[in-house]
Design a protein around this ligand. Structure first.
Ligand code: ATP
Ligand code: TZE
Ligand code: MG
Length: 231
């Protein structure tokens, strides 16, 4: 198989001693609070500050926000450092909004998530992407709905983390259009899931097949199969 041009190349960095140099090399930064610890949050904040100094976009994945006070407080501190995009699932976005804007209403459908996402986007002045059956991407005014993907993707731990990293890669190519970049990343990832699903018998084979599909995506499949609509 012919090798396509190589795309983004990730590095997972936590030592604060490395943050300054690594952030200078990177075209985008993805901060994922999944495995949060006091030492790592220090490095995460240093990286966000450094990315801002260097005018590089950074993307936040607020994994599990709302589950503990420590996580919620640190997450709000990160949001105050102005990410270009926040990508979470509906409960995470609702939890952030509950902690910042209004008391949690304890609801979890896409309409409520959409209002929460718009509120958060306005308040934090960034793009908010809510993943789900239809991914919602908003700047607080415009909303794009991405309908690619298969529900079995939820059964693979860290598909959300992976798509947030892909959003960072896309935003680095087009930093002036974070709304569109996030929507296209979600669409291409979802499409890879759809193509991979056709050859899969469960989450483990889907994980493998969707990675193969992402690698092999071509312009024809992308242009004919991505489903992004203005909402
Ligand atoms: N019901 C669904 N139908 C189709 N695609 C879905 C559905 N739910 C989620 N997805 C897709 O799965 C991917 C991961 O989204 P999800 O909302 O599961 O993230 P997450 O909860 O943060 O995951 P994790 O914490 O495991 O990383 C996204 O690309 C999203 O579009
Ligand atoms: C399972 C898990 N725990 C911390 S991060 C992560 C990946 C899914 O968000
Ligand atoms: Mg997640």
């Amino acid at each position: 198989m012919e090798e396509p041009v190589q795309g983004a190349s990730p590095a997972m960095v936590h030592a604060v001693e490395e943050i300054s140099e690594f952030t200078a090399i990177a075209n985008a930064l993805c901060i994922n609070i999944g495995t949060l610890s006091p030492e790592w949050i220090f490095s995460m904040k240093a990286a966000a500050v450094r990315a801002n100094e260097l005018n590089k976009p950074w993307v936040l994945d607020p994994v599990g926000v709302g589950a503990s006070r420590f996580r919620t407080e640190r997450c709000l501190e990160l949001i105050a450092l102005r990410p270009a995009v926040i990508r979470g699932n509906a409960s995470e976005i609702m939890a952030v909004v509950g902690a910042t804007i209004a008391p949690t209403k304890g609801v979890d459908n896409s309409t409520d998530a959409l209002e929460a996402a718009k509120d958060l986007a306005k308040k934090a002045q960034c793009i908010v992407a809510v993943s789900g059956a239809v991914d919602l991407v908003t700047d607080g005014k415009r909303v794009l709905g991405v309908s690619n993907g298969v529900s079995l993707m939820q059964r693979i731990t860290a598909t959300g983390c992976a798509v947030t990293a892909l959003i960072a890669a896309f935003v680095s190519i087009n930093p002036g259009r974070p709304l569109e970049s996030a929507a296209y990343a979600l669409a291409l990832f979802g499409l890879s899931g759809e193509i991979g699903y056709e050859r899969s018998s469960g989450p483990a084979s889907l994980r493998m097949n969707m990675l193969d599909a992402l690698h092999a995506l071509d312009e024809g499949a992308v242009l004919s199969r991505i489903r992004i609509a203005q909402i």
